[in-house]
Structure formats: C-alpha cells, structure tokens
Design a protein around this ligand. Structure first.
Ligand code: ATP
Ligand code: MG
Length: 375
C-alpha cells in the first residue's frame, strides 16, 4: 500500500514516522485484514505485529474491543469522519484502557478506497486525572456546603444566645443594684463586697455579650464591596480615637466595604496603642505595600510584642494573653480582623515589627484603577 500526499512522497520516511508515533496506528484492507501494525499498537494492545498482520482485529482482540472498532470502521467505510471518539477498550490481558480513536479512509492512486487507517491514543492517564479532579471538586463542594451550613448555624446560635442572654442579665443587674441601694446600710462590709462582685461580674458579662452580639452582627450582615479610600478611613478612625500618636504612610484604595475596613483599622490601631510598654507611650505606624493584586496593610508598634507561640492564637474569639486588670478588653477585635480577611480570601497575621513590638498584617484586594489614578 502506498500513501500519497502532496508534500511527503517517500514511503519509507512515512513508514518510519508511523512506526515511531506514540499513538497506536494500524491499517486494514477492505476485507478487514490488518495490513500494518506499529510498535505503539503492540504496546497498547499487547499483541505483536507478527500475530496481527493478515488477521482481523476480531481474531485477536477481546470481543468488546473488536466490536467497537468494527462499528467505528463501518462508519468510516460509509464515508463518515470518525475523529477522536472517546471510548474504552479491553486489552487481551483483560485490562481496560481509555482511548481516543480516529479512523481515516485510505485511498489508492486512483483515489478509490483501499482500506482504513486507525489511530488510537491511550488517554487513560488523562481520563483518570480528570476523574480525580472532578472527584476532588465534588468533595470540596460538598465540604464547602457543609461548612457554609455550620457557619450559618453558628452565626445564628451566637446571635440568639447573645440576644437572649441579655434580658435575664438586665433583670439580674437591676435587682442587685436595687438591693444595694435599698439595703446597702443594713449590710455589713462582707455583704457589700459580695454585692460589688455580683455587679462587677454582671458588668463584665454585659461587655462579653455586647461584644459577641457585635461580632455575630458583623458575621450576619451582607456587605457589598466597592472602592474604599483607605487613607480616609484611617483618618476617620484616628479622629474617633482622638489620638495624634499614629503615623500614616501612603495607603492605596482597597476593594472592600467601609464598615469592614473601619473595623479592621480601628481594632489594629487601638491594640497598637493599648499594648504599649509600661514606661513609654506607643509609637504606631500604618503603612501598606502591594502583593500582586492585593494590598498588604500593616500596623506596626513598638509595644510589648507577642511571643512566637501565641501569634496564631490571638486571632481566636475571646482569646487574650493578659488579665483584665493589666489591659482592658474581651478579645474579640482580632477575631473580627480575621473574619474580614477570610471574607475577601485574604489573610491576617502578626509578626515582629522593626519598631520593636508587633506588626499586624492583613491582605485585601486592591481597588481597580479609577479614572484620575493614572500616573
Ligand atoms: N499590638 C499588640 N501588641 C501586643 N499584643 C497584642 C497586640 N494586639 C493584640 N495583642 C494580644 O492579642 C490579644 C487579642 O487581641 P484582641 O484585639 O482580639 O482583643 P483585646 O484587644 O484584648 O480585646 P478587644 O479587642 O475585644 O477589646 C490581646 O488581648 C493581646 O494579648
Ligand atoms: Mg483589641
């Protein structure tokens, strides 16, 4: 059989190309007898050229494979283009392989059909990989849905718990205060001390519940991102904190929402101011740098710092490293910062600051260029 094309005339060269091809390539005549069988076909089906030449696929290949090939060949003989048909073939050793089959008509010098060439590509690895990726994707989606549900349940629980706890606490506090006012003079010193502790404990619980409520409100609210002027937000927070101790460097606009960014900035700056060294007021610097398409916002201080082993823990809810008497607070601030970071697929962390204290960082999406930003 001679293949003729316009450009390649050398049948030896063509035969060599076919022989070294990574795809199994074989041809058969109109009676279905194998006329060529390359090395890749030997490897793919585990059948030698010697065994195959002059035989038909149905003689040596498993029935299912031979039938599949036959139906593709019939389509080819009927003049249909059979290109990259994905299917499964069974090898004589019983193993199944995923293949992509192309069948082309072979024509003699007079253009009459003389047979068919079949090229079979082993795509088992690709199919397996695709299946694995799809599987992983499905598992991830399932886990994501479960996580979303349990998050919503948790948010709902935190909201209901903090909301419903408020009422009995209010009643308790009211009555203890009444007790103190009405019967204060008949109580001895120990009785007054007990009442003081109850009032103090109730006040602390009030703060905890209020913070929890604020946190769960924060989680529940739907926020739409837009371009936010970071510098303006920082300036506003500083005005509210009534402090002039903070140095603010150049800050690019971020893609977020004002409330979230204000909460982040407020919590980080007030922490930096709060956890200063006992002998000196805090020095605080707010700066930013670019990390790809994100902005890394940094708040540096020269305060007491955080030991390496606590740097993850501080972002947990109600997680604090000091007693109330040393530094006031409930431990919700950094949990909110973490929440904002996660919502925008970013990250929040703390490291050592070149100023000597802590450097808190959060990555937020960079706002797309607005008209007038260019230059
Ligand atoms: N800049 C900082 N320097 C040193 N330690 C810090 C700093 N910021 C936070 N921490 C530590 O991390 C803990 C958690 O911080 P977080 O802001 O969540 O809570 P808080 O400030 O104690 O209370 P809240 O923010 O609810 O008023 C703090 O109690 C403190 O121990
Ligand atoms: Mg705080």
């Amino acid at each position: 059989m001679t293949l003729t094309t316009d450009r390649v005339q050398d049948p030896d060269l063509l035969a060599q190309i076919v022989e070294v091809s990574g795809d199994a390539i074989f041809s058969e005549d109109l009676a279905g007898q194998i006329t060529s069988w390359n090395s890749a076909a030997e490897r793919l089906y585990g059948c030698s050229r010697r065994d195959m030449l002059g035989r038909s696929a149905a003689d040596l290949l498993p029935e299912q494979t031979a039938l599949q090939l036959r139906s593709l060949h019939e389509r080819g003989l009927a003049g249909e283009r059979v290109e990259r048909v994905d299917t499964w073939h069974q090898r004589p050793d019983g193993r199944h392989i995923a293949v992509s089959v192309t069948v082309s008509p072979l024509r003699g010098p007079d253009k009459a059909l003389v047979g068919l060439a079949t090229s079979v590509q082993d795509v088992t690895d690709r199919v397996r990989l695709t299946a694995e990726v799809e599987d992983a994707h499905r598992t991830l989606e399932k886990q994501y849905a479960v996580l979303g549900r349990s998050n919503r349940d948790l948010e709902q629980f935190a909201y209901v718990a903090s909301h419903d706890l408020s009422e009995p606490l209010r009643v308790m506090t009211g009555f203890v205060q009444l007790l103190e006012r009405r019967y204060g003079d008949v109580l001895d010193e120990r009785g007054s001390r007990y009442i003081f502790h109850v009032v103090d404990g109730a006040a602390r619980m009030r703060t905890l519940i209020d913070d929890l409520l604020e946190y769960s409100r924060f989680l529940r609210s739907d926020r739409t991102s837009c371009r936010v002027d970071t510098t303006a937000v920082v300036r506003r927070v500083l005005a509210e904190l009534e402090t002039a101790q903070v140095e603010v460097r150049d800050l690019p606009a971020v893609w977020s929402d004002e409330a979230s960014l204000a909460a982040v900035v407020q919590n980080l700056i007030s922490n930096a101011l709060k956890f200063h060294r006992p002998d000196a007021p805090a020095r605080v610097v707010v700066s930013a740098c670019l990390e790809g398409s994100r902005v890394r916002l940094m708040v540096d201080d020269d305060g007491i710092g955080i030991a390496e082993e606590y740097r993850e823990r501080v972002f947990g809810m109600f997680s604090r490293l000091h007693v109330r008497e040393a530094y006031a607070g409930t431990g919700i601030g950094l949990a909110i910062v973490q929440q904002v970071a996660e919502r925008s697929d970013g990250r929040a962390w703390v490291e050592s600051s070149p100023l000597g204290g802590s450097r808190f960082c959060i990555t937020l999406p960079l706002a797309p260029m607005a008209a007038g930003d260019a230059g």
